[in-house]
Design a protein around this ligand. Structure first.
Ligand code: ATP
Ligand code: MG
Length: 415
């Protein structure tokens, strides 16, 4: 027996409707906001992520699935969706087209992490990217899309926002952070010691309890924002209020990726404990240039589909079940089974969900099977029904039966 790789999951036929539901709500909302789908490859050149996600991030330093292909190229399975979307935006000339360019994706993502509830090695994201607009109204609109999705899925979550400024204000802040953490260097975890040298902002994102405790006393980025970044953050709050979205400011949010500038945000649920961040995003005005394009502002978010489903489950959200089998056609013998087969074919051609026997079951066993399927009706065809040209139709919820002619079956079920 070969088992599933650690940190991956099967979505079984009995569960997939939940995924389809979340995905369809996401698609519906994306189109309401005029975002069109982009599909990019599952793997990219490794350099795209080391440049686009940032080589001081956890993702790039320890979580990527990287390998050499048979042509000796370094290839990486995408750990997130933004870098690929950014690459495609530049490479296909969309950067010179109509802006802003709003797009969304639903994609698997791969990260070599320690698997636990809500943390997988292959997971799925619904993400939105808006390229070309720099104003805080765009940030607020992007947050609004995420907020609408979470509300439509029935989740109660908290929105936390922050601004991490631009490279100018961050230089002063990084210095303040270094001064602060210098006094705590011995108490920091191994990773944070190297973050201290390479990218002190990352220290605030550490998940180790010890580091988190020290972090709570660190200076706030909001005290270091330059005039423009400060005005941008004020505008964001104003637009969120206009959109009727409540938020809380949390100066500790920095996000795990290097490409963020100014706005960062997270939607957090408290119903699933540790992995409560269902959605995260922000502005990343530096990314497109970093990937070789012209200067081009951008803002986006990604929501983890597994986490959305976990929170929905934990908070008892009822996900609409797919349409059940409308009619199960039971045949008494081979001749009758052929008629059942033929009628099922005709019904399906006319959009009626029909099922029939494939296991040579007795009539009694076929009824049992139809019941398991949740079929609304069972049509029984025996010798006499065959000669009459009509089946005996049982309504499985009322128990009532009636005769329906083969010729009027389509009409009967289509009404
Ligand atoms: P975390 O802080 O939980 O590690 P992150 O900052 O690494 O999250 P992002 O890169 O912003 O996460 O990804 C966006 C969303 O994707 C997250 O908010 C989360 O819902 C989901 N996600 C991230 N990593 C995983 C994972 N390993 N398994 C399942 N979902 C994930
Ligand atoms: Mg992570």
């Amino acid at each position: 027996m070969i088992n599933i790789p650690k940190g991956t999951k099967d979505v079984l036929p009995s569960e997939s409707y939940k995924w389809q539901y979340v995905e369809s709500v996401a698609r519906e909302l994306a189109s309401l906001f005029n975002a069109k789908e982009i599909r990019t490859p599952t793997f990219e050149h490794t350099e795209l992520f080391s440049r686009g996600v940032g080589d001081t991030t956890d993702i790039v330093t320890k979580e990527m699935y990287t390998f050499l292909d048979k042509g000796n190229r370094s290839i990486t399975l995408k750990p997130e969706g933004t870098a690929g979307a950014g690459r495609a935006f530049i490479e296909n000339g969309l950067i010179g087209g109509v802006l802003p360019a709003k797009m969304f994706y639903i994609t698997p993502a791969f990260r070599y992490e320690r698997p636990q509830a809500g943390r997988l090695r292959e997971f799925h994201q619904f993400g939105v990217e808006v390229f070309g607009a720099s104003g805080a109204d765009t940030d607020a609109e992007t947050i609004m899309l995420a907020d609408s999705l979470l509300k439509k899925l029935g989740l109660s979550v908290k929105l936390f926002i922050n601004s991490i400024g631009c490279p100018t204000c961050r230089a002063a802040y990084n210095k303040a952070l270094k001064d602060f953490f210098a006094a705590h260097l011995d108490e920091l975890c191994f990773d944070c010691k190297s973050r201290f040298e390479k990218n002190p902002l990352r220290l605030l994102d550490c998940k180790e309890e010890g580091c988190k405790k020290i972090n709570s006393g660190a200076p706030s980025i909001l005290d270091y924002l330059c005039e423009d970044c400060s005005a941008h953050f004020e505008a964001l709050k104003e637009f969120l209020t206009l959109a009727g979205i409540s938020y809380e400011i949390n100066p500790r949010i920095v996000r795990g990726l290097d490409y963020y500038t100014r706005t960062v945000f997270e939607f957090v649920s408290d119903s699933i404990g540790a992995q409560g961040t269902v959605c995260g995003g922000g502005r990343y005005d530096g990314l497109i240039k970093q990937l070789g394009g012209n200067d081009c502002p951008a803002v986006g978010f990604a929501a983890g589909i597994e986490r959305l489903l976990m929170v929905m489950e934990a908070s008892g959200v009822q996900i609409p079940q797919p349409a059940p089998v409308k009619v199960y056609l039971a045949g008494m013998n081979d001749e009758c089974r052929k008629k059942a087969f033929e009628l099922a074919a005709t019904l399906r051609k006319n959009g009626v969900i029909a099922e029939t026997d494939h296991m040579n079951r007795s009539i009694k066993a076929q009824f049992k099977y139809a019941d398991k399927l949740g079929a609304e009706f069972v049509a029984v065809i025996g010798e006499s029904e065959l000669s009459e040209g009509a089946f005996n139709l049982k309504n499985m919820s009322t128990g009532e039966s009636e005769k329906v002619s083969f010729a009027s079956a389509v009409e009967y079920f289509s009404k």
